[in-house]
Design a protein around this ligand. Structure first.
Ligand code: C2E
Ligand code: CA
Ligand code: CA
Length: 642
């Protein structure tokens, strides 16, 4: 695998990088980034005003001898600047925090030594200093430092009166200042504590998934946005992993939602074992977990993905014990999952693109257990194309882009035409001719199949009404059509409008429909049958339908799938290959159930001869005719109705 530099350049404007840098926030669990951002702004304000205060102080107090104050301020500014520079150079917050700590300590020292020379700054400190201290030193510092400050000022009272350093040296003003400072300290501490409690509560509601206790979707999105901004600023890489549990609905339906939640909790706990600093483990939605990693090297990400997979699927989940390390009870559930990986900046330059590509990757999984899925741009392109095609499909009926073709069927014994299967064609003005094997599944996925089937039925009935009524014409139905209660009334209405009889129509359904054992679908088929329509099982042999479902549904026709007919090339081998034996078995079985059997995809005379010899009833395929428009089909009929 090609080793890639994690620092592939991305285009970010200098201004953007600067603002990212200045407002750099390291999101941590249970913090609201905005809060950190406010604190950082406050720190800059303090630093800036302090710098402004230096020349001001020089003018007012220099002659009064406040050299200490000036030195203190210079130190303060130096520390803040040191923090900024160290952060810029090391890209780490640790060293910067030490500088910021020294800067905050300096403010406090200043205020203790000489509140007067700094009074402008003192007020500022009271307004903004708490959040800075809170941010840099955490809750304890936010409470302790103001208390130390207050104590220092108190101590200064008896020992005070540094020579002419400040107007506050008059006892009168000092005691007033002390009172104000005491009140401010109290208010400040109360505010810091309240803020802390409030933020923690808010963060929990806003950012924590109640089931697993992991970061929730909002938190993941914010974290990603911050991480991508950070990676852009410092030209770093970023890896994003998605872990999707498979078939979890089975767990929910067999174990109940309470137990399913407990399993999810355990999954969360196992995933939390992987949480190097700065990384995130979150539950994005139902069974989708998202993790971030500072690494974007494919080999390392693959190893990580394999590790996560083994964490989640390696051991079964014990439903009776809350903790995994207790001796197992008999009640165990195993899970399976897939892990997808996308990388910044290779797979997307924004958090949205990165995430969308991660989901695309998961969506294209082939369900191979333990497989690590990497993002592949061709998949995204294919998805876009499918999406565009789905949109075009929406308008195809109004734009009259659909037409029907007829694929003739014939009686093998007599060689006489029997009718045809109606097939749909789409000539899209924008995308050219698109095959039904592409657009029918698309229509099923996008919920448009019903509208299309209605069109096929209406159009086919009208055209069939102009043909010989003794012929049989087949129309394909999708399983989704059968699940819709409006289908039968619609068919009845179309019958009445066109005047054709039910026995002229055969509906083709695929074998999969029977395997689903959906009562609504079975009821719909039963209705069609009782109404007098013929039923055919399409692509027979590709699924696993049981004989009993064939006989209980009383279908009329079995259509052997083309994949069995195509290899029947060499008649000398007749009866010798597996395919030959399968075809012969289907025909024997079909006849014993009283069914007609149609061979699909007959292309050569040899196949036709063989099928005729083994007793197949009907055939359909390019040997006789390709699927053709109505007019050509009528010509074919004229020649083949004998
Ligand atoms: P199907 O129902 O199995 O249709 C048979 C397909 O095999 C047709 O492709 C037909 O052109 C092709 N075929 C038939 N004889 C031969 C042959 O001798 N050799 C070869 N190579 N191919 C042959 P088509 O028209 O592309 O249809 C593909 C599938 O699309 C159909 O498979 C059917 O499942 C679906 N379909 C087509 N029209 C409709 C429709 O109106 N409604 C629904 N729900 N599905 C449709
Ligand atoms: Ca068919
Ligand atoms: Ca077929």
């Amino acid at each position: 695998m090609e080793a890639e530099s994690p620092n592939s350049p991305t285009k970010v404007s200098l201004l953007r990088r600067l603002s990212n840098f200045l407002l750099e926030v390291n999101p941590e669990p249970n913090t609201i980034p905005l809060q950190s951002r406010v604190s950082i702004i406050a720190l800059y304000v303090v630093a800036l005003l302090s710098a402004v205060a230096i020349p001001y102080n020089l003018q007012i107090d220099w002659r009064a001898g406040s050299a200490i104050a000036v030195v203190g301020e210079l130190l303060f500014s130096g520390f803040v600047l040191g923090g900024v520079v160290s952060f810029w150079v090391t890209r780490r917050m640790q060293l910067a925090r030490i500088f910021y700590f020294l800067a905050v300590a300096m403010i406090c020292l200043q205020l203790i030594i000489d509140a007067g020379g700094q009074w402008g700054l003192g007020a500022l400190y009271i307004v903004s200093g708490y959040s800075v201290i809170f941010f840099v030193l955490g809750l304890r510092g936010g409470v302790l430092i103001p208390l130390i400050l207050l104590l220092g000022t108190l101590l200064r009272m008896p020992f005070g009166n540094f020579h002419s350093l400040s107007i506050f040296n008059s006892p009168d003003i000092s005691s007033r200042y002390l009172t104000i400072l005491a009140v401010a300290t109290f208010l400040g501490i109360a505010a810091v504590c309240y803020q802390h409690v409030l933020l923690r509560g808010l963060a929990k509601v806003a950012y924590v998934d109640p089931v697993t206790g992991l970061a929730n979707r909002a938190r993941i999105e914010e974290h990603l946005a911050a991480k991508v901004a950070q990676a852009k600023t410092h030209r770093l890489g970023l890896g994003l992993l998605a872990l999707k549990l498979r078939k979890f609905s089975q767990v929910t339906s067999t174990q109940g939602s309470g137990r399913a939640d407990r399993i999810l909790q355990k999954v969360g706990r196992r995933l939390q074992q992987f949480q190097p600093t700065g990384n995130l483990v979150g539950r994005y939605s139902g069974t989708l977990f998202v993790l971030s990693s500072p690494d974007n090297h494919p080999v390392q990400l693959e190893q990580l993905a394999i590790y996560l997979h083994s964490l989640v699927t390696g051991q079964p989940y014990d439903l009776d014990n809350d903790l995994d390390d207790q001796p197992p009870s008999g009640n165990l559930v195993s899970l399976s999952c897939e892990v997808a990986v996308s990388r910044f900046p290779q797979d997307g330059e924004t958090e949205q693109a990165l995430f969308a590509n991660l989901i695309t990757t998961l969506y294209h999984s082939q369900g191979i257990p333990g497989q690590v899925l990497f993002f592949n741009p061709a998949q995204r392109e294919a998805d876009h194309q499918r999406f565009r095609l789905g949109e075009e499909l929406r308008d195809a009926i109004q734009l009259r882009e659909f037409s029907l073709v007829y694929h003739a069927k014939l009686n093998l014994a007599t060689g006489r035409g029997l009718g045809a299967e109606v097939l749909l064609r789409w000539h899209s003005a924008r995308s050219g001719t698109i095959g039904p094997d592409v657009f029918i599944p698309l229509a099923e996925q996008t919920g448009q199949i019903r509208k299309i089937t209605d069109f096929v039925i209406a159009q086919a009935f009208r055209e069939i009404a102009t043909l010989n009524p003794s012929l049989i014409h087949a129309i394909n139905l999708s399983p989704l059509d059968l699940a819709d209660r409006n289908l039968l009334p619609y068919i009845d209405q179309q019958l009445a409008e066109t005047g054709i009889e039910a026995h002229q129509i055969e509906f083709e359904i695929t074998e999969g429909v029977l395997m689903g054992h959906d009562p609504q679908v079975e009821e719909a088929l039963e209705h069609l049958r009782r109404r007098g329509f013929r039923l055919a099982i399409d692509d027979f042999g590709t699924g696993y339908s049981s004989l009993s479902s064939l006989s209980s549904l009383k279908v009329n026709n079995l259509k052997i799938d083309q994949s069995f007919i195509r290899p029947l090339e060499d008649t000398k081998l007749a009866g010798n290959t597996t395919k030959h034996r399968i075809v012969e078995t289907i025909i024997t079985m079909g006849h014993s159930l009283g069914l007609e059997v149609t061979a699909e995809g007959v292309e050569t005379q040899a196949q036709a001869d063989y099928l005729k010899r083994i007793g197949c009833t009907y055939a359909q395929g390019w040997l006789y005719s390709k699927p053709v428009p109505l007019a050509s089909y009528q010509n074919w009929l004229a020649e083949n109705l004998g």
